[in-house]
Design a protein around this ligand. Structure first.
Ligand code: NI
Length: 131
């Protein structure tokens, strides 16, 4: 499909901070901006008119509160492909839920996980599936 060149105006301090940061990562500006754009699209995927998507939901939570999370996973099993559970320490767990399917259903699952007790952090990396 080729490439598109464009120019943008940004706050000078933000530009300097970003440019120094990506230099330390040995990334050129084009690659860094493309990565940032993809992350932005993924973070805001719910705002777009999509039907199918896939990705991962990462959750840090307290072990005691696992039951709510398991109930939700049973209920949403049609969009869950796989679950990886890691016991981080005595009390804390990390769970990575691989999802694929209807966008609205996956958002619903994420919103419900957020309301579970003991959730310390939840992040998602979701991409569009072209069907
Ligand atoms: Ni655990």
């Amino acid at each position: 499909m080729g490439v598109k060149r464009f120019s943008v105006s940004v706050d000078y301090e933000l530009f300097k901070e970003f440019d120094e940061f990506i230099k330390n990562l040995s990334l050129d500006r084009s690659k860094a901006i493309q990565q940032a754009m993809r992350i932005y699209l993924s973070e805001n995927i719910w705002e777009r008119e999509l039907r199918e998507c896939g990705g991962a939901i990462t959750i840090f939570y307290e072990h005691d509160t696992r039951e709510d999370l398991i109930d939700l996973q049973h209920y949403y099993r049609d969009v869950i492909n796989s679950v990886l559970h890691i016991h981080l320490d005595e009390k804390n767990c990390l769970e990575i839920i691989a999802v694929k399917g209807n966008v609205k259903k996956i958002k619903e699952l994420i919103d419900k996980i957020k309301t579970c007790k003991g959730i310390k952090q939840i992040r998602h990396a979701i991409v569009e599936i072209y069907v």
